[in-house]
Design a protein around this ligand. Structure first.
Ligand code: RUB
Length: 302
């Protein structure tokens, strides 16, 4: 298949959520651009391919971060002899994709140390980062219980319960509105969720309902932990940019004809509700998000 067709297919799959979850979106978009590079495309053709992918899902900052990084690599190699530039770019992009994919293993290693024997954990939506942490803790021999919110309207919680069951984790599905009651009646100790975007000030965007779970956790005295790769930290947020919250079709919520529906896909959880963020670079307080952007990516406000 020609690489540009592969790019269009990938953008379509991201839009329709066949490819979903912030990390997966970044990995698959990067792989699609890798195929464009491998085909020997010019810089301008690569930019055009990047534009096809860019708007496929507005809220996950991992997508523009990955695209911009690959374009930056391409710019750096532009003045080299074409064959050398191509070989260098292929190697750099391959390496980048590998780094993205291995960041989740590093987080799993770090995050699993937080899980204690007998723990009771609640999660919302389906985060590959969170399920990797829980699967690793189970593999390390720890016994604990997980409650997973079903996550209306797209039921990503069903994916979570399947993945955790396969990993041998004791997991129970709950309806979203049972989150607070479950925290109190089942002695939940920790909430663990993923992220789509982390702002420089430490606020976190994740699946709709996450902020309600965080508010409930604060009231119930439960630790609220965000688990996320640094590719999801938003450099634009340092300059005050606000991420667009994706609104999806009414038919995801109801098929009653003529009913007005508001269907936002994500929400913002304020840093005051977050105890820590587990990243591949270690565990940080939300206030240190700016430091990650500065130290790891070199983005500063000066
Ligand atoms: C998925 C979602 C996930 C984050 C983190 O939303 O909000 O919690 O993307 O996932 P959707 P991961 O199903 O709409 O993509 O840790 O896998 O990147």
């Amino acid at each position: 298949m020609p690489a540009i067709q592969n790019v269009k297919d990938t953008a379509e799959k991201i839009k329709s959520m066949e490819i979903r979850g912030a990390l997966k979106i970044a990995v698959e978009a990067s792989k699609a651009l890798q195929s464009v590079v491998e085909e020997g495309a010019s810089y301008d053709e690569l930019v055009k391919a990047a534009d096809v992918l860019r708007d496929s899902r507005p809220t996950a900052v991992s997508l523009p971060n990955a695209i911009n990084y690959i374009l930056h690599l391409a710019e750096e190699s532009e003045n080299l002899e074409p064959a050398v530039a191509k070989a260098m770019l292929i190697a750099d992009v391959t390496n980048f994709v590998k780094e993205l994919e291995t960041s989740i293993e590093k987080i799993a290693e770090i995050g699993a140390r937080l899980i204690e024997e007998g723990d009771v954990i609640l999660t919302h939506c389906n985060s590959k980062t969170v399920t990797a942490i829980l699967a690793k803790a189970r593999k390390d021999g720890k016994k604990f219980k997980v409650y997973a919110c079903e996550t209306r309207p797209r039921w990503q919680g069903h994916i979570t319960v399947k993945e955790l069951k396969e990993a041998g984790v004791d997991v129970t599905l709950i309806v979203d509105s049972a989150a607070y009651h479950t925290m109190r009646s089942k002695c939940v100790k920790k909430v663990m969720v993923g992220a789509d975007t982390v702002y420089a000030n430490g606020d976190v965007i994740n699946k709709i309902g996450t902020s309600q779970v965080a508010l409930a956790a604060k009231n119930a005295g439960v630790e609220f932990i965000v688990c996320t790769e640094s590719i999801k930290f938003s450099p634009e947020s340092m300059m005050g940019a606000v991420t667009e919250i994706e609104e999806r079709e009414a038919n995801e919520v109801t098929d009653i004809p003529g009913v007005k529906v508001f269907n936002p896909a994500f929400d913002v959880t304020q840093k005051e509700l977050i105890h820590m963020i587990v990243t591949e670079h270690g565990i940080i307080p939300p206030e240190a998000a700016y430091q990650i952007l500065k130290d790891k990516f070199g983005w500063t406000l000066d």
